[in-house]
Design a protein around this ligand. Structure first.
Ligand code: NDP
Length: 449
């Protein structure tokens, strides 16, 4: 039993381990939250008496389904689809779909669990859920991706709806996949129910700034952290991991704020560009050509590609992990500390291992957990739902301002809670406690649910 968890919560954690064997990422996500809630349940013991924690650890509904489809050579392929509808006390289940070969039920549960508290932090009326499949879109033709998405939605459609469950994108699910998924939902239901999925194209119900939102929001959050600590942001060297949706728009916002991104990565390695990452070239390589970061280095003389290796070996003042879970371990964290890193903000979900987080906290590095730092994506999805419900569409400037205001408010809520519990600067505690209390109180108000 991890000694990070308060004795009053250990029974709940043991039950999670017993009922969900082998789901290590899910265990990790639960441990991270329960590991911070000791002071909260001490102050509010009725959460224990009412067994709120045990209730919250059990998803309201878990759906697993077969996804059969035919590839371009006529071969039948079988994938597994998931949707974990975790908590609907604050609103319809809300959270993305991940298409990646590593996706298992435990992956979706870890993401769904995190999503409950993240969505609460946004202050918007959205519950928590997550879904996905072990389908790998990499190397598949557009028509194969379309057939897969159509088959996936042929099952998923019966579980979702604008008042029930509203999926969006995540790793491997971008504008192309959202289009195919929405198109099939519309055909099956014969309804133009825009609010059933977010991340839609701008011409058919999408929101301005949704594509940019997670990356932009992460950088706005990091900037707030810097401001709060009396540090600057302009002129800083930044390293971003990944080169997908979150990473690209984090880089764009860093550039806008006067920082310089020296390196980014994908699963094959990383590129270092001493002149700063050329965003237009990166977008061309990743978004248009669907290429690799190595192709970026080939096209740019100031850049070099490092095959394998860790992008965190590149010294920087600000580190933004924006790729995937557990990509930054204690060794990488130690390398960052040695390189002078002052701020880490998670654009991805749980990219830093618990040991890495301890290294940052012990070294006095400001650490912004994903639940708070990357909440801008889902917040803007909720703004997309608002626009769909009112048959309206807002300008980019207005939407981005709303996003920035939400990120500032999340920062304020997290900092206030941490200070209230005499843990100034502990963003992990502040985020977990703020999200938890809001969800727990709402749940209790609704009876035994
Ligand atoms: P994308 O699929 O657009 O990009 C993922 C990026 O991470 C790719 O560059 C991918 O490289 C890279 N990557 C994946 N695994 C590894 C690895 N093991 N080592 C190094 N790089 C890796 O996904 P998103 O940008 O949408 O999502 C990134 C993260 O942000 C995820 O954790 C997601 O859950 C989180 N997130 C996303 C939100 C959104 O709005 N999209 C909202 C909130 C959180 P490769 O191409 O080689 O696989």
């Amino acid at each position: 039993m991890p000694d990070t968890i308060d004795p009053s919560l250990q029974h709940a954690y043991k039950e999670v381990l017993r009922r969900n064997p082998g789901e290590h990422e899910f265990h990790q996500a639960v441990e991270e939250v329960l590991g911070t809630l000791g002071p909260v349940v001490k102050r509010h013991p009725h959460y224990l008496a009412e067994r709120v924690i045990e209730r919250l650890c059990e998803p309201e509904r878990q759906i697993i389904f077969r996804v059969p489809w035919t590839d371009d050579v006529g071969q039948v392929q079988i994938n597994r689809g998931f949707r974990v509808e975790y908590s609907s006390v604050l609103g319809p289940y809300k959270g993305g779909l991940r298409f990646h070969p590593s996706v298992l039920l435990g992956t979706v549960k870890f993401l769904g669990f995190e999503q409950i508290f993240k969505n609460a932090l946004t202050g918007l009326p959205i519950g928590g859920g997550k879904g996905g499949s072990d389908f790998d879109p990499k190397g598949r033709s557009d028509t194969e991706v379309m057939r897969f998405c159509q088959s996936f939605m042929t099952e998923l459609y019966r579980h979702i709806g604008e008042y029930t469950d509203v999926p969006a994108g995540d790793i491997g699910v971008g504008a192309r996949e959202i289009g195919y998924l929405f198109g099939q939902y519309k055909r099956i239901t014969n309804r133009y129910e825009g609010g059933v999925i977010t991340g839609k194209g701008l011409a058919w119900g999408g929101s301005q700034a949704r594509t940019e939102a997670t990356g932009y929001g992460t950088v706005v959050f990091a900037q707030e952290m810097a401001k709060h600590a009396g540090l600057g942001f302009e002129g800083h060297d930044v390293v971003v991991s990944g080169s997908g949706n979150v990473a690209i728009y984090a880089i764009e916002k860093v550039n806008q704020l006067g920082g310089r991104v020296l390196a980014c990565s994908d699963s094959s390695g990383y590129v270092v560009d001493e002149q700063g990452i050329d965003l237009e070239l990166l977008k061309e390589v990743k978004e248009v050509q669907r290429g690799r970061v190595q192709d970026y280095a080939t096209a740019r003389s100031s850049a070099r590609f490092v095959d394998g290796g860790s992008v965190w070996d590149v010294p920087c003042q600000v580190a933004l992990p924006c790729a995937t879970q557990n990509e930054l371990d204690e060794h990488a964290a130690a390398a960052l500390v040695r390189g002078g890193t002052e701020i880490v903000a998670e654009g991805a979900n749980m990219p830093c291992t618990p040991a890495a987080v301890r290294v940052f906290q012990q070294a006095g590095v400001l650490f912004g957990p994903g639940k708070a730092a990357n909440a801008g994506g889902v917040a803007t999805s909720a703004l997309e739902m608002q626009q769909n419900a009112s048959r309206d569409s807002w300008t980019f400037e207005h939407t981005e301002e709303r996003l920035a205001a939400i990120m500032r408010r999340i920062h304020e809520r997290v900092v206030t809670t941490a200070e209230d519990y005499d843990r100034p600067g502990d963003y992990v505690f502040g985020a977990n406690a703020t999200g938890f209390v809001q969800v727990a109180d709402s749940m209790l108000a609704m009876g035994v649910i």
